[in-house]
Design a protein around this ligand. Structure first.
Ligand SMILES: *Cc1c(COP(=O)(O)O)cnc(C)c1O
Length: 420
């Protein structure tokens, strides 16, 4: 099988491991910056383009700070994510708050920061009004339902819990107009991890036609259309990355044909991608603890699905490289597992690899988005450290590994003693 390029050699990782034991996620600053610049350059052909990095993909303020320097805003979906955006100095309309089933306290925080609020449901209009009052600019999230097909991660739009129906959308804008709101946005997100550019161009067309209809029926000229995230990354070695220029050109063509033609020129285009921005520039590094031969061959790692759950959650393919064996033939078939008492705790099933030995160092690719962030503590598992390979070659720790004390931090052992 084809291989995936690796950022570092076994020797470099061995040096890093002297200071930082496995498992850890390591991110590539040069890769993130280079990609962010390419992304921004390509989509800047779209009027008023802005990318709000989806914080949930990699909620680390060091990475968010790098992306802020590259000119991105942040897309937040919870109170702590809003705090992270605030801590790196983002404010006002550089923050998009796209949440669902939202508590009042979160709307309040979003209002305090002056963030753009993206409402998920028509019932949130009165809810927001009484919880925090209306901001100047309000965005509504559209769910096209049976009009579009989604995929395994996000579900079929008509089965997905997000957004307003078409009828509710028009009703929602009308209510807000009556309440005196003058600035509006429109948002959707119908797919996740998609590599076909035509899908996004179709979504853009749908949104631009909707913008035209909103103008015709309600007299509202939208300030922006947010096309959401969902741009995919190549996880299998044979897959190819999305061509940003081609995608941007396709969206621009639709913009010219629909928006400009209907005299709505000036509507800004926003995106809120996470995965495509950082996904390929993160790696989970783990050491092989045990080899087990029963009915199948198992490789037992010091990382588990608490450190990276996409393979277990979605059956996602994530490439695995054994350091120092990059060019050896894949002669054996393994299940690569973690230590959770759950049989789906596997990074790979029936994966052809070179012969594995105890102590080998495995690198799991494309963990830079929805990786460490999805970590959890089930089974008493602790989240790993996050490291950053700087552009100058230096490696810094941007989040330490959890300890048992962290695991116990929410327990009060003094009251336990009294209790017993
Ligand atoms: C998760 C999410 C994103 C980011 O998705 P990616 O697949 O990482 O690009 C953007 N917007 C919303 C509303 C999301 O829920």
């Amino acid at each position: 099988m084809a291989n995936k390029k690796l950022l570092f050699t076994k020797k470099q990782i061995a040096e890093i491991m002297q200071k930082h034991p496995t498992p850890f996620h390591i991110y590539d600053e040069a890769g993130i910056r280079g990609n962010a610049r390419q992304f921004k350059k390509a989509f800047s052909i779209l009027p008023g383009f802005n990318e709000f990095f989806a914080v949930k993909a990699l909620p680390n303020p060091f990475i968010m700070g790098i992306l802020k320097e590259e000119g991105f805003g942040a897309d937040c979906s919870s109170y702590p994510e809003l705090l992270l955006a605030e801590k790196i100095g983002l404010q006002k309309e550089n923050i998009m708050f796209s949440s669902n089933d939202t508590p009042a306290t979160e709307y309040k925080k979003a209002r305090d920061l002056g963030a753009i609020i993206n409402l998920d449901d028509i019932s949130h209009i009165p809810f927001l009004e009484s919880a925090a009052g209306f901001p100047d600019l309000i965005c509504l999230r559209f769910n096209p339902g049976p009009a579009r097909k989604g995929n395994i991660i996000i579900g079929d739009p008509k089965e997905a819990k997000y957004g307003f129906t078409r009828e509710q959308l028009f009703e929602g804008y009308r209510i807000l107009q009556e309440k005196g709101i003058k600035r509006f946005g429109l948002h959707t997100m119908v797919i996740s991890n998609e590599l076909n550019p035509d899908f996004f161009i179709e979504t853009a067309k749908m949104m631009f036609e909707l913008a035209t209809e909103i103008k015709e029926k309600l007299g509202i000229k939208l300030e922006f259309v947010n096309l959401g995230g969902g741009l995919g990354i190549p996880q299998k070695p044979e897959e190819k990355a999305l061509d940003y220029d081609k995608l941007a050109a396709g969206i621009k063509k639709a913009y010219d044909e629909i928006i400009v033609k209907n005299n709505l020129d000036g509507i800004k285009i926003f995106m809120e991608c996470g995965r495509v921005i950082t996904g390929p520039y993160g790696y989970l590094v783990t050491t092989v603890l045990h080899l087990k031969h029963i009915y199948k061959e198992y490789v037992g790692c010091d990382a588990c699905m608490a450190n990276f759950m996409r393979p277990a959650l979605y059956g996602a393919y994530h490439h695995i490289t054994i350091l120092g064996k990059e060019n050896e033939p894949t002669t054996k078939m393994y299940d690569v597992t973690g230590s959770l008492c759950e049989n789906n705790d596997k990074f790979a099933i029936d994966r052809p690899l070179p012969e594995v030995r105890e102590g080998d160092i495995l690198v799991i690719h494309d963990t830079g988005a929805h990786g460490h962030a999805m970590g959890f503590n089930y089974n008493g598992k602790l989240r790993s450290a996050e490291l950053l390979l700087r552009e100058n070659g230096e490696v810094i720790q941007i989040r330490r590994a959890e300890t048992a004390d962290d695991y116990f931090a929410t327990l009060d052992f003094v009251s336990l003693e009294k209790f017993q």
